[in-house]
Design a protein around this ligand. Structure first.
Ligand SMILES: [Zn+2]
Length: 382
């Protein structure tokens, strides 16, 4: 075999016409680095829609919570349940809302009591018009004037289902490992086990969940990251990869047992929010019995797995809350400014300052931590 560029999957020759820019880490979870000459266009599209899409679904809650920005479109809303059973939607801007609108009218002693929850202003207007139809003396105009859109506050603990791995998402991770090899100069066909895994749907022996030990030496405590580490071991002839996403997805990948090049290690790690590169280290000093255990299906040590999930969820939740507060603040700031007749981005006159602060307090009050983070009023120099 020569080193000419062929598609890692279908072996068709890669030319300038069918070459694709493949994301080493899927773009849907925040990957930015791309390589050329790795997959043909057809394979790139097909695996994006199957393997990568399944992986993105498994990690969607994290992508939404930390605010992953994709090249095209947002990540889809994610259903989350509170422990009392209400279904919520987590959205790409970090806010949450009820999954379904809610509308209830109870009548007693000639009076109507209305309870409603609308997910957006348009839905709210529709509901109000519905009330007007039924109760002609309802003050529709007055209500419409006082319209106030606030994100839904969730006080009850939430739960979501976390499913990780499996043969479909697993192949996305194998593909990423081979792509990263290509990025560091090892041609895909030299990853014979990895390629066989991609091509043989029934053979899942080439990748394994790995929560037996934490091999990331300088793991950041307050940040989630994506990492692809490669080990080339000339003595044993191994080419291995370790891929980790958002702290929760941790997978070992066997790439080759015929590696003949020089021994090396490489780590590619990024902050998926900012896509800045991170300087992380991996300790490949893993006892053989642990590696064997993982590839025999015993890679999930419950205590370590639970710890990883708890940690990652806490970091992502914190990030979501911060983004929600920023969103609420921006929305309310522009609404208060417009109430005071001030252009967006403008600063209230000293005479309006008291009113500005009061209005902001009324609107953003429930998000009191926000006010600590963002001083309400830009102070004017005298
Ligand atoms: Zn192809």
């Amino acid at each position: 075999m020569t080193d000419k560029k062929v598609c890692a999957f279908c072996d068709s020759e890669i030319t300038s016409i069918n070459d694709s820019k493949e994301h080493v880490i899927p773009n849907s979870i925040g990957g930015r680095k791309k390589i050329r000459g790795f997959l043909c266009l057809t394979c790139n599209n097909s695996f994006g829609q199957s393997w990568d899409a399944t992986l993105a679904t498994q990690l969607n809650w994290f992508s939404l919570a930390v605010g992953i920005e994709r090249d095209r479109s947002n990540n889809p809303d994610q259903i989350v349940r509170t422990v009392d059973g209400t279904e919520l939607l987590l959205r790409a801007n970090g806010t949450m809302t009820r999954k379904d609108p809610f509308f209830e009218i109870t009548e007693s002693e000639g009076k109507a009591r209305i309870r409603l929850f609308a997910r957006n202003e348009r839905e709210y207007r529709e509901m109000l018009r519905g009330i007007k139809k039924k109760y002609p003396n309802f003050d529709l105009d007055g209500e419409l004037k006082n319209i106030q859109v606030m994100p839904f506050r969730v006080d009850s603990p939430q739960q979501y289902r976390l499913e990780l791995g499996g043969p479909v998402a697993g192949r996305s991770l194998v593909k990423t490992a081979i792509a990263e090899c290509a990025a560091v100069g090892i041609l895909p066909y030299r990853c014979e086990i990895g390629i066989r895994t991609l091509k043989t749907p029934s053979d899942n022996s080439g990748f394994a969940l790995f929560y037996i030990r934490d091999i990331v030496v300088n793991r950041p405590k307050d940040m989630l990251f994506h990492l692809v580490a490669i080990l080339g071991d000339s003595e044993k002839g191994f080419l291995l990869a370790y891929v980790e996403y958002f702290g929760v997805m941790r997978v070992m990948v066997k790439l080759s047992s015929k590696y003949e090049g020089e021994s090396f290690t490489s780590v590619y790690a990024i902050n998926p929010q900012s896509s800045e590169n991170l300087n992380l280290f991996v300790n490949w000093d893993i006892p053989t019995n642990e590696m064997d255990a993982a590839f025999n299906g015993f890679g999930v040590v419950k205590k370590n797995f639970d710890f990883a999930c708890k940690n990652a969820t806490a970091i992502a939740s914190h990030s979501r809350l911060k983004r929600e507060r920023q969103y609420v603040y921006r929305e309310e700031l522009s609404s208060v400014l417009s109430q005071l007749g001030i252009q967006p981005g403008g600063i209230p006159e000293p005479k309006d300052r008291e009113r500005f602060n009061r209005l902001m307090d009324e609107k953003v009050g429930p998000f009191s931590e926000l006010i600590k983070e963002h001083p309400k009023m830009p102070t004017l120099k005298k």
